[in-house]
Ligand binder design. Sequence first.
Ligand SMILES: Nc1ncnc2c1ncn2[C@@H]1O[C@H](COP(=O)(O)OP(=O)(O)OP(=O)(O)O)[C@@H](O)[C@H]1O
Ligand SMILES: [Mg+2]
Length: 286
Amino acid sequence: MSDAKDTAIVEGRALVQDYSMPGSLFTGSKQVRALKGIDFRVAQGKTLAIVGESGSGKSTLARIIALIDAPSEGELLIDGQPIDITRRRPGPEMRSKVQMVFQNPYGSLNPRQKIGDVLTEPLVINTRVPAAERRERAEAMLQKVGLQPEHSNRYPHMFSGGQRQRIAIARALMLNPRILVLDEPVSALDLSVQAQVLNLLADLQDEFELTYIFVSHDLSVVRYIADDVMVLSKGEAVEQGSREALFADPQHPYTKALFAATPVTDLDAIRARVQRRKEAREGQTV
Ligand SMILES: Nc1ncnc2c1ncn2[C@@H]1O[C@H](COP(=O)(O)OP(=O)(O)OP(=O)(O)O)[C@@H](O)[C@H]1O
Ligand SMILES: [Mg+2]
């Protein structure tokens, strides 16, 4: 075994995010502290799930990790390298290491762009890969996510929600990132489609040795996908630990309440099958 377990590919130290909210005429703008000092580490190839109620700061943290927003305070390290938060955009080399997939595959795909162009755009912007090779890579990636090379000539509206999310995942993988930040990537999909997309994500994680930061409010999704879990409440990480420990014995009152409020869905049965397959592959027995 290597020491990969001990080496964090993503690390957050005391991350704080303040948003300024427009105030009244007399009070001026006021600050809202959406993250109140978050620490975490994720090992390569693992999945950290971020759970919590609406407004707890999940997307705020996801956007910082995906290098979309800079934190107000604290430090983010990717591959042990601190990200310079004073620069407006990190360099292309760092950018290409982390990519984000959003909840709504309708909003994140330009309706006037053919799928082939959706996929090659990150290569056009960030690399000098020639056009013919860009196209080849896009077609190969469509196959990796369970679509067809011919789909590159079609427009987003010609696809189902699940297919669109596959396209968004394919696009996110075009720069060969090491880390995917997924913000509620299956929440908008039907249950059976959710299971398929989660399966796909598990397969891609194996194939490309991806590290996932996976935001979800759905504990049955978390139970399926996560290695480690962070529970956010009002901008604070009230509980962090392995999936097994958290599900076996939640500690924090907020976590207990979250678990009590979450019904076990039909999806659990589907996922249990998938999970057994995944574990058989990994040779684990959790
Ligand atoms: N751009 C912004 N400007 C001002 N306040 C914001 C902004 N984005 C988020 N907030 C506030 O920060 C807090 C955390 O929001 P965030 O979107 O991170 O929550 P979330 O956990 O992702 O919620 P949800 O489950 O609804 O997606 C909320 O109080 C929200 O109103
Ligand atoms: Mg959110």
